[in-house]
Design a protein around this ligand. Structure first.
Ligand code: SF4
Ligand code: SF4
Length: 117
């Protein structure tokens, strides 16, 4: 496994999880992710990307929610766990993300090519 893949796995494991409002996906929208993470997701056509963007949505958001939930990017997991990305409904983990880890993730984002989902 490459060093980047290991780093992504490390971040994913350490981001705290929490329970969302069932059926809610209000924080899904046009988000960017590293080219490494998008390479793991099923390819969407240009038309699917454009249709999602026109609705300010995400091409992986289906009627029943995120269709790539288990492989969703770091940014999707981060939402609601950091003061920078608070859930509009007040949902959060018992303990927010460790500040140092949050900073490491920001540095990772800045050091990798980011692609619109
Ligand atoms: S974090 Fe908040 S806005 Fe996002 S899905 Fe969960 S409950 Fe909904
Ligand atoms: S990948 Fe999934 S969780 Fe992330 S924005 Fe798209 S639909 Fe939402």
């Amino acid at each position: 496994m490459s060093a980047i893949a290991q780093k992504i796995r490390f971040f994913r494991r350490r981001i705290p999880s929490f329970e969302c409002i069932p059926g809610c996906h209000d924080c899904c929208g046009p988000v960017t992710t590293s080219s490494f993470e998008i390479a793991e997701l099923p390819v969407k056509t240009e038309a699917q990307h454009e249709a999602a963007l026109a609705e300010l949505s995400c091409p992986y958001l289906a009627e029943k929610g995120c269709e790539v939930y288990d492989d969703r990017p770091i940014i999707c997991r981060l939402f609601g766990t950091t003061p920078r990305l608070l859930c509009p409904h007040g949902k959060r983990p018992e303990e927010m993300i460790d500040a140092e880890l949050d900073m490491e993730i920001q540095e990772f984002f800045l050091s990798t090519r980011q692609v619109l989902l």
